[in-house]
Design a protein around this ligand. Structure first.
Ligand SMILES: [Zn+2]
Length: 84
């Protein structure tokens, strides 16, 4: 799987526009006292599966989302952007 990168280098910075979260974690974190951020509270695994990509809540042992690639091979950019 050696392909030329297709994304501009700027895309390797944090570019998330819509975060993925476990709804059970979100419900729980809303009630925490003292408050804690959902980002710190959540414990997720993200990885490739036989179908696509799955996001899994480690805390609740539930599927958060499983994206089905429908057999298509999509381009992915695994370059790591290091700021020196
Ligand atoms: Zn959860």
């Amino acid at each position: 799987m050696s392909q030329e990168p297709t994304l501009p280098k700027d895309a390797l910075a944090l570019s998330i526009t819509n975060y993925v979260a476990c709804s059970k974690c979100a419900d729980e974190v809303a009630k925490l006292d003292p408050p804690e951020s959902l980002q710190n509270y959540a414990a997720m695994d993200v990885g490739f599966t036989d179908w696509g990509v799955q996001v899994w809540c480690r805390r609740h042992k539930v599927n958060i989302v499983h994206i089905d690639f429908e057999g298509q091979k999509l381009l992915a950019d695994f370059r790591r952007l290091e700021i020196v």
